[in-house]
Design a protein around this ligand. Structure first.
Ligand SMILES: NC(=O)c1ccc[n+]([C@@H]2O[C@H](COP(=O)([O-])OP(=O)(O)OC[C@H]3O[C@@H](n4cnc5c(N)ncnc54)[C@H](O)[C@@H]3O)[C@@H](O)[C@H]2O)c1
Length: 416
């Protein structure tokens, strides 16, 4: 198989996770991309990732601190994978298209719709591939969630109710996730949640929300990052920071198909953490399985009662995973898995890489393309806009930039 030479741009926590994903793709025997370079404005980070790549993949990628230098020294590179912090995505993605690269860009595509639109403009001009790295829907059990809904097993969807509450006044994952201009935690995690909502029930058309910053000062807690992915930089986290992004957003969502959703995103909850998720339809309910956990989904159908585990998959005889997912997770029809979190994490990103390679080769559009990525952000920003304006906000209003009070200070900060 021809391997497309690629570079990772941004060698922090997620850059490392993407490297592990490449390891999984190489091991699968289906690798269609090859890591040949790493670029980070912090040279020590690029070197750290390159050393890890040498150990994991058996080849040390070249190290750069700018895209321009990388382009001139290694013109053979065809694609870049942007894993820098969220505020910088629009700048790096635009530059990448101008230099002629195909792009896999971590979510969110940008922090503002104006930023997304700049990227989209540059992408269209380039004729290259743009894929947004939204991996959660690629989990085999999320694919099964979707197949069950599409098969009408719970009937017509009435409502998707979900929420999470945790965090207290700890720094969550990393300090920049509390800075509005770099990528607040609501948007950072919210685009994943929204992507799942719209993957299952279709587009959202309107949001009414209230938001708040409960904890304007956050403190270094016992846990830094996710799993051990950020351990290398743990000493860099200060004892306290000033937060400028919302840590509570409670939204009511109207879907285009008539369903109504409720979404609580609460990152300043002290005491007992909470997590819930339920989709109700005209014939029953589904507790959707969460990505990377491997737990089975469960159904409760009128006149039948609870259905879970292997019995769920019997309801969708045509359900089959694609070849790479089947290889990574061990079967083409699975209702649950025991794969550890860290492996599931790298398998899902491996699927993104593989799709990128395929799209470059055959010119097809990635599943999470620029428009899907922009809409995921638009729903989050519509919630924040709704809270500022004190009224429901249509997603169209955000996407066509007819209102952007919340986003305006971010656009000013980045001069977008
Ligand atoms: N899909 C997911 O599940 C998931 C999970 C975590 C993070 N992410 C996303 O990945 C991205 C990175 O997050 P992270 O936690 O790894 O951040 P991080 O702060 O750990 O790493 C960012 C890296 O980018 C580098 N960088 C910043 N600006 C740069 C520039 N202009 N040029 C080159 N390098 C630059 C930094 O030096 C740093 O090494 C974010 O957009 C985040 O939302 C996605």
């Amino acid at each position: 198989m021809i391997k497309i030479p690629i570079a990772i741009i941004g060698a922090g926590g997620m850059g490392g996770r993407h490297l592990r994903a490449l390891g999984a793709l190489y091991e699968s025997g289906m690798a269609n991309v090859e890591l040949v370079a790493v670029c980070d404005k912090r040279k020590e980070n690029a070197n750290f990732l390159a050393d890890n790549a040498n150990e994991l993949l058996g080849l040390r990628p070249k190290v750069f601190t700018s895209l321009e230098e990388m382009k001139s020294k290694m013109p053979e590179i065809e694609a870049v994978d942007i894993t820098t912090d969220s505020g910088s995505h629009h700048l790096i993605a635009q530059e990448a298209f101008e230099l002629g690269y195909n792009v896999l860009c971590e979510k969110p595509l940008s922090l503002t719709i104006k930023g997304c639109n700049k990227v989209i403009e540059a992408w269209k001009k380039s004729g290259k591939v743009l894929s947004v790295a939204e991996q959660e829907r690629r989990d085999p059990i999320c694919r099964l969630n979707k197949a069950i809904i599409d098969a009408g097993i719970i009937g017509d969807p009435y409502s998707f109710i979900q929420g999470s509450a945790r965090g207290g006044n700890d720094i969550i994952i990393w300090p920049w996730r509390h800075y509005k201009n770099v990528g607040g935690i609501f948007v950072d995690a919210g685009v994943h949640a929204v992507d799942q909502m719209m993957y299952y029930l279709g587009d959202i058309e309107e949001v009414f929300a209230v938001s708040k910053i409960w904890e304007p000062v956050r403190y270094r807690g016992d846990k830094i990052g996710v799993s051990n992915f950020y351990d290398h930089w743990a000493d860099e986290v200060p004892e306290s920071i000033k937060a400028s992004s919302e840590d509570m957003v409670i939204s009511t969502l109207k879907y285009k198909n008539g369903a109504i959703g409720q979404w609580t995103s609460f990152w300043a909850a002290h005491g007992e953490p909470l997590e819930y998720s339920m989709i109700y339809g005209s014939k029953g309910s589904m507790k959707p399985a969460k990505q990377r956990r491997g737990d089975p989904l469960s159904l409760n159908i009128d006149g039948i009662g609870e259905i879970t585990g292997q019995e769920v998959i019997d309801l969708v005889p045509d359900f089959h995973l694609d070849e790479l997912t089947s290889r990574l997770f061990g079967s083409e029809r699975i209702a649950s898995y025991k794969t550890p979190f860290e492996d599931a994490d790298r398998f899902l990103v491996a699927l993104e890489y593989y799709e990128l390679g395929q799209c470059i080769t055959d010119g097809t559009m990635p599943e999470v393309n620029a428009y899907v990525g922009r809409k995921d952000l638009a729903v989050c920003n519509a919630a924040l806009e709704s809270s500022v304006l004190g009224r429901p906000v249509k997603i169209d209003e955000i996407e066509n930039e007819s209102t952007s009070v919340y986003e305006s200070s971010i656009n000013e900060y980045w001069n977008i």
